[in-house]
Design a protein. Structure first.
Length: 173
């Protein structure tokens, strides 16, 4: 297996096409037609510097995972969106790696906190965020309703150290 590289990207770039296509399919499969609306909710500018960022993990030049953050309503908080791992590359820790890269980049951009939500029909995402040290802003002992509200999480970026270094951070190009 070849090494992974981390690349900055912009929605609309051909490299982001697999992320958009597979995430849209995932959302529609789990939540119905509203999945299209979720993917159209934020324009490319939301994930562009200086307030946002979209990163892809590439293997042999092909995107295998990615994610983005945008500025939250609180200007000191980044909000993670569009977390994705290609179906054929799951269970390799790539989502955790993307998350660590986004945390590091957000910290470097001056954000103090990171926030995210995941849908109630995405238990693997809930598990990822808990394992990555995110604080749930809901009662984890209560099973979420399948059609319930999104599950919010947060993490203080100033006290979490260098998670990206622990995840084998590669330079971002």
């Amino acid at each position: 297996m070849s090494a992974l590289t981390v690349e900055r990207a912009v929605l609309g770039d051909p490299l982001t096409e697999p992320l958009v296509r597979e995430l849209t399919h995932e959302y529609v499969t789990r939540y119905g037609p509203g999945g299209h609306q979720e993917m159209a909710r934020y324009g490319a500018e939301e994930f562009a510097p200086p307030h946002g960022l979209l990163l892809l993990l590439l293997q042999d030049g092909e995107p295998v995972a990615g994610g983005a953050y945008r500025r939250h309503d609180d200007p000191h908080t980044a909000e993670v969106k569009r977390m994705w791992t290609a179906a054929g590359h799951r269970r390799r820790g790539l989502g955790r790696r993307v998350l660590a890269e986004l945390e590091s980049a957000a910290r470097e951009a001056g954000y103090r906190r990171i926030f995210l939500t995941t849908g109630p029909r995405q238990p693997e995402a809930k598990g990822l965020y808990l394992a990555a040290g995110y604080t749930p802003l809901f009662d984890v002992r209560v099973e979420p309703a399948p059609d319930g509200d999104p599950l919010p999480f947060e993490k203080d970026l100033l006290t979490t150290g260098t998670a990206a270094a622990a995840a084998g951070k590669a330079p971002i190009r």
